[in-house]
Design a protein. Sequence first.
Length: 256
Amino acid sequence: MLKNVILKSLALVSLAGVLGGCSASNASSKAHQTSAVKTTATQSKRQKLIKALPKGVKSTDADLIVVNKWHKYNELTFHKAAVGGVTVRKSIVSPLTAFLNGAEKAGYPATLVSGYRSVQYQKEVWNESIENYEAQGKTEKQALKLTKEYVAIPRGSEHQTGLAADVMNTNWFNAHNSQLLSSSDKAKGQQWLIKHAPDYGFVLRFTKSGAKSTGIDYESWHFRYVGKSSAAFMVKHNLTLEQYAKLLQAREKAAK
Ligand SMILES: [Zn+2]
């Protein structure tokens, strides 16, 4: 009964709209209202997140540098050191070692596959990829497109920060020809790494839900050091580093 009344009155409203020649503006003002409600809800959720941000963390902290295809950097300067023969930023040697030891203790030995890579090295990988595609008969344009899909753009890979580590469950890695594949997350050992990374100050940097924000597809092996409080917050609220840095910037702007 109630439904009928609503339907009838809706029909009247739309009839009136058509007669008045303003059905389109009616519809668009409704759409505006809905999007305004949505915008307000999103804004208040954002305000709550900003209020809850960890204290004493700044978007300009060295550990929180954002490097991606939209934020490119020339070679950065920092102290380097090796973990198991792989070069990383010296400041993460201790948390990264603890992370790897934690995995081993839990019964899931892990392999540190890759850490710091120089901008020059990325350029070489990039050029090699284009040359390989061209050698396979692709045009210059095709070769560039394919390379962009699989290789981080020079100056745009966070491996140059020394804060990124590709870590694989050793058993899975060895059983799969030392490949980095997202399906490694089916292995319990890789799941352990993803789940416990924040305990050591790392996050899985390229999540499935974050692909649009990071510009990189899901990678179940690429961990990024951000510090424990930031890692806990990012995971709790399912934020990419890009989104987290924006929230920090908003807090800093509001405090000025
Ligand atoms: Zn990586």
